[in-house]
Ligand binder design. Structure first.
Ligand code: FE2
Ligand code: FE2
Length: 344
């Protein structure tokens, strides 16, 4: 690649005739261009590979790789290079091929110095402007990218602290989302989920209950069974969560995981009553982590269940409430962790 910051005023000149090549070199040098020369298309490609120049001037009729093939190869490898063609005779077909490959100018030999000067100068300015536009576009893209990143970061920080605030309203659910994320990510690692989906899962698990932000404190902390109406309100939280996050979390997989974390494998869950593999895979992982944490944490209306009892309930619900393929690895993972903890 040519370094855009240091676009040297240089040109590669290609001609198999030494005399013609010499004229091109002297002309270009008199216009203050540094020159590198090649006597064939093949040699020119080797030179350009080592040291690309913004402009290439080539003869059309050369033994071996002809000018047309050289132009096509240059445009294929370095589309940003400008090519000027010089030819002894008017070969319309060859010129047409060069023009359609993107040649900037062509001349008939003998080369008129003024004409050559004008073409080199015009091509040089064209290249400069193109390079400047490219740099400007890159700079703008970087700025937009950085700002977008900052904005997303600010939004996620705000959302994360909102989740914390939300959970802090209720001593019983404090830290719930972070624990759900921990269990979900552990299970995902255990079953070998790829890194890409792991990131999506981590985000979805952390934000899965954000939709509860609109629930009245009385419902969140109610030390008794919820009424049917109250339960209907609670059941809206996966949809509300998806709606809150949609403007900033463009990833549909993350949104679907949040929306689907209360679906049941047998189709009796909410909000969409999806069943089996219709339920997004990441949502099925979160469901297990979510229920395990809910059962093993105390609530205003009941004490915490023991880990063994909670695992027993997961086992009993595999295939009905939970994905039957995900419960066994979760149970194995938790038992292995318990064994390791005992050994220590
Ligand atoms: Fe939830
Ligand atoms: Fe939850």
């Amino acid at each position: 690649m040519i370094d855009p910051a240091s676009m040297r005023r240089c040109v590669t000149l290609v001609d198999d005739e030494p005399f013609a090549l010499d004229i091109l070199v002297r002309s270009a040098e008199s216009f203050h261009f540094d020159c590198q020369t090649a006597r064939s298309g093949e040699e020119a490609l080797v030179l350009l590979e080592k040291q690309p120049t913004p402009i290439v001037v080539t003869d059309l009729n050369m033994p071996g790789m002809g000018g047309v093939a050289l132009v096509q190869e240059i445009k294929k490898r370095w589309p940003q290079l400008a090519v000027i063609v010089v030819t002894a005779g008017a070969d319309d077909e060859a010129l047409l091929q060069c023009m359609s490959a993107g040649v900037q100018h062509y001349f008939l030999k003998p080369v008129h110095i003024d004409e050559f000067h004008h073409a080199l100068q015009a091509t040089w300015y064209h290249q400069l402007i193109r390079r400047q536009t490219q740099q400007q576009r890159k700079r703008l893209e970087t700025i937009v990218h950085r700002q977008t990143h900052r904005l997303r970061h600010t939004f996620f920080s705000a959302i994360t602290s909102l989740v914390r605030t939300l959970e802090a309203r209720d001593a019983y659910t404090s830290g719930h989302s972070l624990r759900v994320r921990k269990f979900a990510v552990r299970l995902a690692k255990y079953i070998g989920l790829d890194e890409h989906n792991m990131k999506r899962l981590s985000l979805a698990a952390k934000l899965h209950d954000i939709g509860k932000v609109g629930l009245a404190e009385g419902i969140l902390n109610k030390p008794a069974k919820l009424s049917a109406d109250e339960f209907d309100r609670v059941k809206e939280h996966p949809v509300i969560g998806e709606r809150i996050l949609r403007p900033i979390v463009r990833n549909r997989v993350v949104l679907a995981a949040i929306r689907g974390h209360h679906e049941r494998f047998d189709g009796a869950g909410y909000p969409d009553g999806l069943r089996g593999e219709e339920i997004p895979f990441l949502a099925r992982i979160i469901t297990i982590a979510d229920c395990y944490d809910a059962m093993t944490s105390s609530r205003a209306y009941r004490g915490a269940m023991s880990p063994d009892a909670a695992l027993g309930i997961l086992h009993a619900g595999h295939g009905t409430q939970f994905d039957p393929h995900l419960v066994p690895p979760f149970l194995r993972m938790m038992r292995e962790a318990k064994t390791r903890a005992k050994v220590r």
